[in-house]
Ligand binder design. Structure first.
Ligand SMILES: Nc1ncnc2c1ncn2[C@@H]1O[C@H](COP(=O)(O)OP(=O)(O)OP(=O)(O)O)[C@@H](O)[C@H]1O
Ligand SMILES: [Mg+2]
Length: 263
């Protein structure tokens, strides 16, 4: 069974899609078989993977029971498009609506090691499906005032899933993203998050850089597009693998970091 991680936040633009795209890339570089799932009708993750706009079937077909999960994987991603908004509406009226994704993913072949789910910026039915299907939840937050409320709201959804349909769900932590460490504003926001959530906040902070938007626009992972920016994500992946207890992959990642640092 793969390890499934849902990446969520109540607020928009906290870097969920970038986290999923980049971690999928970095984890596959250390030898893991990774599947990324785009669970956002905006389809940003699918674009970032540079998958064709008419790729078919998509995650919407999987949720609607028209396709098996495996059939909807195209180049490492299960893509989404606006059709997912329709699938969500349809799902709302069905029995077992919260467990649809979990049931669909249970038929995935064992060859996948990690499944990363990119949630939409709301805590609606799609995000609920993601946290119910996941072993771990990873919350992203921008380094801004008021980001704490966003994290609290995501935690409520995680608690809800734990109390009902997914008691084994673990909270991996909070990734502080898009930080401009030169500003007091960012530094204070990070300090507040650490004060409130302690070591649940990853030590690695992903710094702000225009390179991310450029890499997304070109559909090239950040480690290839800008190894310097990518270094933050290599550090984050190291902490993540540590929290997941994946020693062997951490060793491989160490070698990869040394290699990229020398470029
Ligand atoms: N570290 C960063 N520095 C600067 N910009 C970034 C960084 N990470 C992501 N971005 C950019 O910020 C924007 C939002 O990022 P992203 O799409 O990953 O967030 P999201 O949480 O998935 O958004 P949404 O809630 O709309 O799904 C994008 O333009 C992205 O390229
Ligand atoms: Mg997104």
């Amino acid at each position: 069974m793969p390890t499934t991680i849902a990446v969520l936040s109540q607020k928009g633009g906290t870097g969920k899609t970038t986290v999923v795209r980049t971690l999928a890339d970095v984890l596959s570089r250390v030898g893991l078989e990774v599947l990324a799932i785009d669970l956002d009708p905006q389809g940003n993750l699918s674009d970032y993977f540079d998958v064709s706009a008419d790729a078919d079937p998509t995650v919407a077909d999987v949720l609607a029971g028209r396709a098996r999960a495996e059939e909807a994987v195209h180049g490492g991603v299960m893509p989404a498009n606006l059709g997912l908004a329709e699938a969500e509406l349809m799902l709302a009226g069905k029995m077992g609506r919260e467990t649809t994704l979990r049931r669909a993913l249970s038929s995935l072949p064992d060859s996948f090691d990690v499944v990363l789910i990119d949630c939409p910026p709301s805590l609606g039915l799609l995000t609920v499906n993601a946290v119910v299907a996941a072993d771990y939840a990873l919350v992203t937050s921008a380094a801004q005032y008021f980001s704490m409320q966003g994290v609290e709201q995501a935690l409520e959804v995680i608690e809800l899933a734990r109390d009902s349909l997914n008691p084994g769900l673990e909270w991996l932590g909070v990734v502080v993203n898009i930080a401009n460490l030169r500003t007091t504003h960012s530094r204070e926001a990070i300090a507040q998050l650490r004060e409130r959530f302690g070591d649940k906040v990853f030590e690695t902070v992903i710094r702000q850089s225009i390179r991310y938007a450029e890499s997304a626009e070109r559909g090239i992972p950040i480690v290839d597009y800008s190894p310097r920016s990518g270094a933050d994500y290599l550090a984050l992946a190291d902490e993540l693998l540590d929290r997941l207890g994946r020693k062997r992959e951490r060793t491989k990642l160490g070698a990869l970091r040394a290699e990229l640092a020398a470029v």
